[in-house]
Design a binder for this molecule. Structure first.
Ligand SMILES: [Mg+2]
Length: 127
């Protein structure tokens, strides 16, 4: 991870982009995220179906890379240790969504609105 962060730092410095404002990088992350989302605008296919479409996978890879590179740009610009940040957040997510709550246990299909509210309601507890 550190090696890639160094590559990003060099990439930014070589182009004079090392002083970009974090707010502009945040906008760029969302703009590239919208380009990624546009690929799925008129469909709702499962991953297995998408994986069979190499042209679509190629477009997804390009936009996902754009998003991730801007994320790294922001982290490097703000001297954030990416691996430490991700590990810290993963621990938070694991604590917030424990397996016994997150895994479908009531016959609700994962990845659906019902599953989302099932998890949210269990996490929040009784009102
Ligand atoms: Mg793009």
């Amino acid at each position: 991870m550190k090696e890639f962060e160094t590559q990003i730092k060099d990439h930014l410095e070589e182009r004079g982009w090392d002083n970009l404002r974090p707010s502009d990088l945040a906008k760029s992350i969302i703009i590239e995220g919208a380009e990624l989302l546009e690929i799925f605008q008129w469909e709702n296919l499962p991953a297995e179906k998408i994986k069979q479409n190499s042209e679509k996978i190629g477009r997804i890879k390009k936009e996902l890379a754009d998003v991730m590179i801007y994320c790294f740009d922001m982290a490097v610009t703000l001297d954030i240790d990416v691996l430490a940040m991700l590990n810290e957040k993963l621990i938070q997510i694991r604590n917030k969504y424990p397996i016994n709550i997150s895994k479908s246990s009531n016959g609700v299909e994962p990845g659906t609105e019902d599953a989302y509210w099932n998890i949210k309601n269990q996490y929040r507890g009784p009102n």
